[in-house]
Design a binder for this molecule. Structure first.
Ligand code: FE2
Length: 312
């Protein structure tokens, strides 16, 4: 009589007639399994430690020295052909001191000169708090040259140190000419561009009336003022570009949250390009740092502006 077979589920591979059950793992196989587990555990721990180490090192040592060169087109209504394509480079917040390094500053100078600037502008905070800043480091900025000049203003830290001493220090060791509540007309071909330097607003050294006195209303104007939020106190026209720094971008910019900490007078316009009335404001994230000396998602920056004719 033929053997009676029990019904089978064809999907169940463990239910084949005549197939032997898998044998229990031998002692050797069990050891191998434990060894594999331990190896995976150690690999996982090493990966976690490596990630934690990178997360610590990146904002401390990598991002603070990873320069970003931003390029921004500025449309100006009725821009004369002489100024079309004008190249203006801004740098800000050098903060000479323990957190600024010569190789990085050399890199910055090379990066600025690689933009073929017509005009180079510095928007304040050459030092952090000391008046005995490293002159040798400042002299690295002597590599900056532009046919329309290298100009700048002081920032709140320069004032907290000593405005007269820092002003003299900048002009002695760097090619930057400092404007304090004054302006200079700059001839570009057959037209004139007005460069206005407003002194620091945080310490109350700003005097916009004096700085703008004599600047034609319809003129093309570049305004340097350290604190960006003070833009609301200044006369803004469709042919005005204000350049500011001060915020450092917050130094830490958390995804979806933004910067947890911003300084006074940089809480509204903390980074990038803004439309103010019919004019423009740009807030540069700066080069240096204040304590804690970290940057995250907020790379140090120099900015190239290219002037174009536009509706404004
Ligand atoms: Fe600063």
């Amino acid at each position: 009589m033929p053997p009676v077979l029990e019904p089978q589920n064809p999907q169940n591979k463990n239910n084949r007639v005549g197939e032997a059950r898998p044998a229990s793992p031998t002692f050797l196989e069990q050891r191998m399994t434990r060894r594999t587990f331990l190896r995976k555990l150690v690999s996982g721990m090493a990966l976690a430690e490596g990630t934690a180490l990178l997360a610590t090192l990146y904002p401390l040592f990598l991002e603070p020295h990873w320069l970003d060169v931003s390029r921004v087109r500025i449309p100006i209504p009725g821009l004369p052909s002489d100024m079309e394509g004008l190249r203006v480079v801004q740098f800000s917040d050098v903060h000479l001191g323990p957190y600024m390094y010569a190789p990085f500053l050399r890199w910055v100078v090379r990066a600025i000169m690689a933009q073929s600037p017509d005009l180079i502008l510095f928007t304040g905070d050459m030092v952090t708090r000391d008046t005995d800043a490293d002159a040798g480091m400042a002299r690295l900025l002597r590599g900056l040259r532009a046919r329309l000049g290298v100009w700048g203003v002081l920032g709140n830290h320069d004032h907290w140190a000593n405005p007269e001493v820092v002003h003299a220090f900048i002009e002695q060791h760097t090619p930057i000419r400092v404007l304090r509540n004054e302006h200079v007309p700059i001839r570009v071909g057959t037209h004139t561009l007005y460069l206005v330097g407003v002194d620091d607003a945080w310490v109350g050294a700003d005097n916009p009336e004096r700085a703008f006195s004599g600047v034609p209303e319809e003129a093309i104007r570049i305004v340097m003022m350290h604190e960006p939020d003070a833009v609301e106190w200044l006369p803004m026209t469709a042919r005005t570009l204000q350049l500011s720094g001060h915020s450092h971008g917050g130094q830490i910019r958390l995804p979806l949250i933004g910067p947890p900490i911003l300084p006074y007078l940089a809480r509204k316009y903390d980074a990038g390009l803004y439309r103010i009335g019919h004019g423009w404001l740009y807030t540069n994230r700066g080069l240096g740092m204040i304590s804690p000396p970290i940057r995250f998602n907020c790379r140090p920056e120099v900015t190239l502006f290219i002037f174009t004719r536009g509706a404004g």
